[in-house]
Write a new protein. Sequence first.
Lengths: 302, 285
Amino acid sequence: MACGTDHVFRGLNPMQKDITRLSFILLFAPFALWIVLLIVLPHIGMVIISLREKVAPRVYEFSFAQYIDFVQEPIYWNTLLRTGSMSLLVTVLALIIGFPIAYYIAKIAGKRSKGALFLLCLIPLWVSDLIRAFGWILLLRETGVVSTALQKTGLVSQPIEFLYNDATVIMGLVYTVILFMIVPLVSTLDGMDDAMVEAGYNLGGNGPTVLRRIIIPYAMPGIVSGCIVVFMLTAGSYLTPILLGGKNSSWFTEQIYEQFISRYNWESGAAFGFLLLFFTSLVVWLGLKLSGQTLSSTVAKS
Amino acid sequence: MAQRRNPAFMMGYRLYVLAFFIFLAAPLVAAGTFAFNDSQFPALPWQGFTLDWFFNDTEPKLGMFHDRRLLRGLYYSFVIATMVSLLSVFVGTCNAFLFVRVNFPYKNFFYIMMVVPLVIPGVILGISILVLASTVANGVEETFNYEIEFLRPGISLVVLGQFSFITTITSLVIIARLRKFDQTMEEAAFNLGASRTRVLWTVTLPFLWPAMFAAGIVAFLVSFENFNTTLFLVGSEAPLTITMFDRMVKVGSTPVLNAVSFFLMVGSGLLALLSILVQRDKTET
């Protein structure tokens, strides 16, 4: 590594060169240890474990058995497809709901209220997923606030259970992740010059045209970066589907937990983990290709 | 833009923004408010105001400050969060100097590697670290007959698991600050004859302190509230989120969980405010 850095040190005397190289090694070491030991090696380990099969106690053989199991058992890949498509839906909803909010904060709100609104947006970020889901449970369950209030006002005669259905899970997920959509959008829209919008109107565009031809193309890096983070967070979420959707929410992370902790079947749990990672990365890659963005122009920037 | 749109549209827009913020606040208000309801269940009707769910010391209304398991969870969470924030701020600061000050080959690639842990699902980080740690521990146990305690599920693994993605957050915060640093200030100090270490301690680090502090607070909060990664790495010393989850799922909820929620919301709100104040002070002076 260090030899490749020579061109940087050209023009320094040998002693300074040594110091610079030493400080490079000292700075690179913690980074390398962190990434190699906690990210790269664990994932390699996970893939290796997923590629073996228990043939006898403590005896393992190389095999694709876990992946074949996954393909042959419809419940597994159905769950993965369901998780993927619901995550996409959540991402789209978060974008549609979040974009006007981000635009309001970045462009319409006054200087003072801007900062305050932005902070308000961040507040749920400081509160655990668990507490947010717990709050929704208190509001939406059969004996919850909404059901009781509806009965009090005489709109309905019986308690209603709002929990344990897909709509609630999607709502809860949108709630959990929407901040990660709004924050990058606000920071991109913030950098947009108002004159661009003015020019669009002066050239005869109406509201929707200006939105479609000027604002959205400008905000594209923020949109893509928000979508990637939101999609990954949703697909990898565990608490919200399980608490708001109950045991039947069939989220893929529940399958991983089930294999790993309940059945103690690490081989298949690792295979599922790898499949989730592979599948979500594939979706992100496709999204980047379709939108013509790169990872470094979006996520790395914000 | 605003002037060109008709008033009815703007009115509707404002109402939409208002509705959105009510949506954001609703579950938090619900979770917090029922902590003060004098009832066995966190539900309507309102039975009157009480602080029992915080301070009462007898069953059936055992307050959170007398509930041994919750207090132990709080303690473990605190220990874990402190270690994670110290470690991740240290590595984050090194990363900031590495990526802002040093040029080296494949820098962009390494930068993306640094950001990646943030988008890996927490569940997968948890299982992959569990798999590696257990494999290593088992291997060592079989060959050398020596048990490596800290690679077994427990506080140390939870710290490592959370550290693995929180470091990305601290790095990004500190990098953003270091990018704003005016390097002529360091050059001035060098010209005045200061040594490298002296410049680092008296010029560069004081400029970075607010960001390091803020990053530490963010790391502390994220660690405190983390669930997904922790779930797989936890041993017998369960941190607060795990304890609360167990209780929610197995025992059914009593308002003591609302009391804990309220306590956590106020605590993290104050910490977040503190980090904002610290950053603001320094940028103005």
